[in-house]
Design a protein around this ligand. Structure first.
Ligand code: DQA
Length: 142
């Protein structure tokens, strides 16, 4: 069984960007973390990060039927992307939306998710642990 970990724009800047919201850890730290968590549960993990909306749409389409679930931090596209929402709605593979920061404590424009209504679940504000919780939710249900 396989899981897909996807991250959207500027998540490749973790460790440098706005540490007060996102902490000191890097994308590589998260990917290593979830790879070993998956392995311990007998799952394989694929990872993908892109700063480009269309590439994220393409990867979701390719993921259809290939994974037990997709752990996805869509970053800023959360708040804007009808294309990502339609891609998630189009595929049978369930998606959990993850945010490192508590978006509800931040600017109003971060309070609304275009994607949450078509996602299986959502995790916000738990830092890097949020990715672990999402991966566990898929692995323990499969
Ligand atoms: C984020 C929250 C978004 O509002 C923001 O645009 C990000 C990261 C988070 O993980 O907290 O880039 O998705």
């Amino acid at each position: 069984d396989r899981l897909l970990l996807m991250n959207g724009p500027n998540i490749n800047m973790l460790g440098k960007r706005e540490k007060e919201f996102y902490g000191e850890f890097t994308l590589a730290d998260i990917e290593q973390d979830i790879t070993s968590l998956a392995k311990n549960h007998g799952f394989e993990l694929d990872t993908f990060q892109s700063n480009h909306e269309g590439e994220l749409v393409d990867r979701l389409q390719q993921a259809d039927g290939q994974y037990v679930g997709v752990v996805f931090n869509p970053a800023a596209y959360t708040h804007t992307s009808i294309a990502l929402r339609d891609a998630i709605a189009a595929i049978d593979t369930p998606v959990i939306e993850v945010h490192i920061s508590n978006v509800h404590q931040r600017e109003n424009f971060r309070h609304h998710s275009m994607l949450a209504p078509v996602c299986y679940g959502q995790i916000v504000g738990l830092g890097r642990v949020g990715y672990r919780m999402a991966a566990l939710a898929f692995m323990e249900n499969n």
